[in-house]
Design a binder for this molecule. Structure first.
Ligand SMILES: Nc1ncnc2c1ncn2[C@@H]1O[C@H](COP(=O)(O)OP(=O)(O)OP(=O)(O)O)[C@@H](O)[C@H]1O
Ligand SMILES: [Mg+2]
Length: 262
């Protein structure tokens, strides 16, 4: 990897928000290098700045200091090279499920005929084929989130930025979507930056886990996940997995304890 330009590089990034009692420092000197096709998961206590960091990488917000580069170029705004799945599903209520999923493809200039098989593929992946012609208001929260996921996949960005995308889903759907995300990542060669509150999910999906601390948000530690590239749900029961879980859990718990004590 030496000499290669990182897919994503976060350098000395800090972010403050204005606050009545003086600026609130949310992210403090974040440094992170993510190579092309890497799958990085991010875990840390509520309010430590995970979404803020993701928004800055997406180009939706600007850092107060430091910078983010993608393929060596400074991120100055959003781009089709970086797709986002937000913590709260963000769909166009006036478009059907199919049209929502096709949206990015249309923006890329693909015809309806060219988009159709792609949309069908991802509709099936998220289990919503039967709801292709429904409007978001007719769907449950979890179903809407699955539409948002399918839309991000269909647009096929090089970098996928996902903010607790499976948080609102039942355990079974969540496991299915974890499997399909791993498969999607492996076949389509994506760089994934995936935020979660769930230690198991962080381990199952990630090649590396970024553990953040709070007040202000910092990168506490980056842990390698030495599990095989091919992972089925059964890996969760392996001694290797449980060993990593014990380690990550201890570190995350320390962090949330620190938050609780202020
Ligand atoms: N636009 C904003 N203006 C002011 N403060 C903000 C803004 N966005 C976020 N914050 C503050 O920044 C801090 C970090 O918020 P952020 O949403 O990034 O946390 P998070 O780690 O994603 O939390 P969660 O796990 O609950 O989603 C919080 O204290 C929040 O109040
Ligand atoms: Mg968040």
């Amino acid at each position: 990897m030496a000499g290669e330009v990182a897919k994503l590089q976060v350098s000395h990034l800090s972010k403050s928000f204005p606050h009545p009692e003086g600026d609130l420092l949310v992210l403090d000197d974040i440094n992170l290098t993510i190579q092309a096709n890497e799958f990085v998961t991010v875990i840390g206590p509520s309010g430590c700045g995970k979404s803020t960091l993701l928004n800055i990488i997406a180009g939706l917000d600007q850092p107060t200091a430091g910078e983010v580069t993608c393929d060596g170029r400074q991120v100055e705004g959003t781009g089709t090279d970086r797709g986002v799945v937000f913590q709260q599903y963000a769909l166009f209520p006036w478009l059907t499920v199919r049209a929502n999923i096709a949206f990015g493809l249309k923006m890329q200039g693909k015809s309806a005929a060219a988009s159709r098989p792609i949309v069908d593929h991802y509709l099936q992946m998220v289990g919503l084929t039967k709801f292709a012609d429904s409007y978001p208001k007719a769907l449950s929260g979890g179903m809407r989130q699955r539409v948002a996921i399918a839309r991000a996949y269909a647009a096929n960005p090089a970098v996928l930025l996902m903010d607790e995308p499976f948080g609102a889903l039942d355990a079974q759907t969540r496991a299915q979507l974890q499997d399909s995300l791993r498969a999607f990542w492996a076949t389509e060669k994506k760089t994934c930056f995936f935020i979660t509150h769930d230690v198991d999910e962080a381990i199952f999906l990630g090649q590396r886990i970024v553990i953040m601390g709070a007040n202000p948000g910092t990168v506490k530690e980056i842990i390698d996940v030495p599990l095989p590239a091919e992972r089925s749900q059964a890996v969760r029961l392996s001694p290797e997995f449980l060993k990593i879980k014990q380690d990550v859990w201890g570190k995350v718990y320390q962090e949330s304890g620190a938050v609780a004590q202020g």
